[in-house]
Design a protein around this ligand. Structure first.
Ligand SMILES: NC(=O)c1ccc[n+]([C@@H]2O[C@H](COP(=O)([O-])OP(=O)(O)OC[C@H]3O[C@@H](n4cnc5c(N)ncnc54)[C@H](OP(=O)(O)O)[C@@H]3O)[C@@H](O)[C@H]2O)c1
Length: 257
């Protein structure tokens, strides 16, 4: 299978890294195209098997799957120059560009298309990737499921849920990182070294996520277990609420959809 990735900035670059880091199927060939030769050369130095070009049309020409990861406002001019054929699968990684818009570009009318929204953990095969589809066959759905499933978890959703889901998982990774940054900062103020605060923060987050993932509990049940009556944790939890923690998270997720 031949895969073209057009635009290898933060997200396209992470997808490219994720594919190589999976130790992917030896028969897969990946070509990356970008406006920046410097970015392409950096990736090539890391993954010598990657083909690179600054010519988008050349990258897409013989690809089975064309992944476009440029900024939303560049999607139209970029896809118009690709001259895709009906047998090629178009994968759009552009937040907020819906199928109605994509279909309004004559070159994509009737094209098998997927909208795919990973998060940046895709470079380490830990993405939560959202997928919705248009004009695709069951075989094409399975192919895309396998491709992105090799780099984390995937969830096929109707397009109507894409904006809300993007806010939770794709923007959400930044909010989780923000919490982690705050936790490390607190640790340093309390006298820990950066390394100590980092280690404690990372493993605590992994632990919390593992509990929910493995046992299917509601977070409130797990929080209750940590909050001894009259103890220290309940003081911290109440302080979080006084300072608007829950509202801040909900508001952030609402404004980012
Ligand atoms: N970042 C995320 O976490 C994330 C998550 C989900 C979805 N997305 C979506 O992913 C897309 C890309 O976002 P990003 O954050 O990866 O942006 P980015 O870092 O700016 O990457 C876009 C890349 O495309 C290149 N480019 C610009 N014009 C081009 C052209 N005509 N042909 C080929 N390449 C071109 C850019 O090069 P120059 O820098 O030289 O212009 C850049 O390397 C967006 O549509 C965004 O909505 C991003």
């Amino acid at each position: 299978m031949k895969i073209a990735i057009i635009g290898v900035g933060n997200m396209g670059g992470a997808v490219c890294e994720g594919l190589f880091n999976t130790g992917m199927d030896a028969s897969w060939e990946i070509t990356a195209s970008d406006a920046s030769l410097e970015k392409l050369e950096l990736l090539k130095a890391k993954y010598p098997k990657l083909d690179i070009t600054t010519n988008n049309q050349e990258a897409a020409k013989s690809a089975d799957v064309v992944i476009v990861a440029v900024k939303p406002w560049l999607v139209k001019p970029v896809v118009e120059e690709l001259q895709m054929t009906p047998s090629q699968i178009y994968v759009s990684i552009a937040a907020g560009v819906d199928f109605a818009q994509l279909e309004s570009y004559t070159c994509l009318k009737g094209q098998p298309m997927f909208r795919v929204i990973p998060n940046t953990a895709i470079s380490d095969q830990q993405s939560m990737t959202l997928i919705c589809k248009c004009h695709t066959t069951a075989e094409q759905d399975e192919l895309i499921n396998q491709l992105f499933g090799s780099m984390g978890q995937v969830l096929f959703i109707p397009e109507s849920k894409m904006a809300a889901s993007t806010s939770i998982s794709s923007c959400g990774i930044a909010y989780v990182l923000k919490y982690m940054q705050a936790s490390i900062q607190a640790g340093i103020e309390l006298g820990l070294t950066v390394q100590e605060a980092r280690k404690l923060t990372i493993q605590t987050l992994i632990g919390a996520a593992t509990i929910l993932k493995e046992h299917g509990q509601h977070p409130a049940t797990e929080i209750e277990k940590v909050c001894t009556p009259g103890g220290l944790t309940i003081k911290g939890i109440n302080q979080l609420e006084h300072d608007g923690f829950t509202s801040a998270i909900i508001n952030a997720m609402k404004v980012s959809m």
